[in-house]
Structures are given as C-alpha cells and as structure tokens.
Design a protein around this ligand. Structure first.
Ligand code: ADP
Ligand code: MG
Length: 304
C-alpha cells in the first residue's frame, strides 16, 4: 500500500500523456500513488470538501496541476479553494501571479529583476497613454491575461495611438497595460526552472514578417545555450514569483544592453516529440526534478 497519494492533472497533447506515465512510474518507485487526470472541472465541493467521485481531493498529500490550455474559470476557482488545504504545484498564488502580465512585471520590478518598462492606467486616463508614448516612441499594448502573442498590438506613433483609442474604448476594458517596445533581434530565450534548479534553455525566432516570437505567431524553436547571467535572472524571477516550476521568457534589449524578462510561465510545456528530434532533450531531467520535489513536499507534510 502506498502511504502517500497525490492528484495530477497534466495536458495530454504534444507528448503530455507519455510524460504523465513516466512521472507516475517514478513516483510509484518512491511509494507515492498518483490519481491521474484528476480534473477539478469534474469535481464538486460540499461541506468543506472537494469531491472527485468518492475521493476527497482535500485529503490528498499534494496536487500537481499542469494544464494551461484546458483550464476553465471553474477550475481555477476550485484551485484556489483546494490550495487552502493541500500543497499544490504550483501554489495557487504563484500560478495566479504568473497568469497576469501586470502583476508579474510589478513583482519582478520590485525584486530587482529587469523587465520591459511598463505602465498601467485606468481606461479613462488616456492622457497617461499619450504622455508615455511621447517618452517611449513605440509601445506594445498587451491584454494582461493573454498568451501566444494574441491581442498584442504594437503602437508605433502618437497618431496610431489616436487611431487605436476608439477601438480600445469599445472593448470595455478596465485598464490599459502597455510596455515600452524593446529593440531586439527577434529571438528570445526560454529557460525552464524546477525547484530552484536550471533545467533547460532553448530559443524561439520570430518569422520574418512578425515581431513576436510565439510559435502561434509563426515563430520557430531552436537550440540555444544559456549563459550564467540568463540562468541567474531566470532563477531570480522564478523565486520572486514563488513558482516551483517555471519557464522564463527573456529577450536581449539592444539599447539597454541587458536581458529583460518578458514573462514567467507557470505551466511551461515539456519538449514535444518533434522538438526532441531537433535536440531539446531536457524532459527526463525535468521529470526527475519534479518527482524529487513532490517526494520532498509530501514527506514534509507527513512529518508534521
Ligand atoms: N515590450 C516588448 N517589446 C518588444 N517585443 C515584445 C515586447 N513584449 C512582447 N514582445 C514580443 O511579443 C511576444 C509575446 O509577448 P508576451 O508578453 O510573451 O505575451 P504572450 O503571453 O502572448 O506570449 C514575445 O515573445 C516577444 O517576441
Ligand atoms: Mg510569451
């Protein structure tokens, strides 16, 4: 009989299912049982418990949540509740922080991690936007909860800001979040960190007709060596956000001559089978670090 039991919900596409199997096997070797595909979407809460069929999810030793694409609002609502009772990877607070670009930049700035210059203002405060584009020349409007480069809008002049304003006003937004447009070589670095340790680094290059490196915007993944500075910034950013697992996206600012963190992803994908073929071979290292961390975190609880 396993003496420890965890719940896991991991994405299935892009090789995810195979990753889950490996994790389950390695946990088993440490006497940790896994309830796989435990989607909070299929749970209910009543009388202070979160129920998955007969299983009381709040009695598990840990919950590992690793699915960005399929997360519903209901799930994040229960994620928050469950985390009051059970250790979660990532913790709800860190997860919620990493899902929001403003909150991430705010925290990183405060902790001395270089980011793009940003400004947040109320949607009525168009004067603030006009003032900042004068100073910055070019800026990027970003939805604070977006992904995949979707909704990012490059604003290249005061005139284009004037043109954009009526559209933004129509969208019934609560606020505007803008960043200074950084001059860079259209490539980025993705650095994965697990449990404070460096796992891997790779790069993405924007397609020739886009300024965004996202694969969903036509960008392509390539092998790329990290250096000490990049690793140290990624570790610092991860710690600042309180994340157990992270993928830190960085670009090199050609004007400031420094690396800046663009975003910290709380559910960075494992290498897909196609990416493994081009040499991204970090999956096993990442799995081992995750398993080790789950073992430690569930042990601590038993010891209490
Ligand atoms: N301030 C910026 N200056 C220049 N390029 C940027 C800036 N912010 C984002 N980008 C480009 O747009 C891409 C997507 O931005 P990001 O903030 O990571 O949003 P998403 O969550 O949609 O990926 C980045 O990978 C980068 O190539
Ligand atoms: Mg991004």
């Amino acid at each position: 009989m396993a003496n420890r039991k965890i719940g896991m919900w991991l994405y299935k596409n892009g090789g995810g299912e195979k990753i889950a199997k490996k994790i389950i096997k390695k946990l088993q070797e440490r006497d940790i049982e896994t309830i796989n595909n435990l989607s909070l979407h299929n749970c209910v809460s009543q009388n202070g418990h979160i129920l998955y069929g007969d299983i009381k999810v709040d009695k598990l030793d840990l919950f590992f949540s690793y699915n960005a694409g399929e997360q519903t609002q209901y799930q994040t609502y229960l994620y928050q509740a469950l985390n009051r009772l059970v250790p979660m990877i990532n913790s709800y607070d860190a997860f919620a922080l990493s899902e929001d670009k403003f909150h991430t930049s705010f925290v990183l700035n405060n902790k001395g991690v270089p980011t793009a210059d940003y400004k947040l203002c109320h949607r009525d405060d168009t004067a603030a936007l006009k003032k900042i584009i004068k100073k910055w020349d070019k800026m990027v409007y970003k939805p604070t909860d977006g992904w995949g480069g979707v909704g990012l809008t490059k604003i290249e002049s005061e005139a284009s800001l004037d043109m954009l304003m009526p559209f933004l006003n129509q969208m019934d937004l609560r606020y505007f979040y803008v960043e200074k447009f950084i001059k860079y070589d259209n490539t980025d670095f993705r650095v994965d960190i697990v449990d404070g340790e460096f796992v891997s680094c790779y790069g993405r290059k924007a397609s020739k007709d886009d300024w965004r490196t996202n694969v969903t915007s036509g960008g392509s993944v390539f092998m790329r060596e990290a250096n000490d500075e990049i690793i140290s910034i990624a570790k610092k950013a991860t710690k600042a956000c309180g994340l157990d697992i992270s993928g830190v996206d960085m670009i090199y600012d050609l004007e400031k001559e420094q690396y800046v963190v663009l975003e910290v992803n709380g559910i960075p994908a494992f290498a897909t089978p196609e990416q493994e073929k081009i040499g991204l071979d970090f999956n096993n290292k990442k799995i081992d670090l995750i398993v080790e961390m789950i073992d430690r975190k569930t042990n601590k609880k038993k010891g209490k």
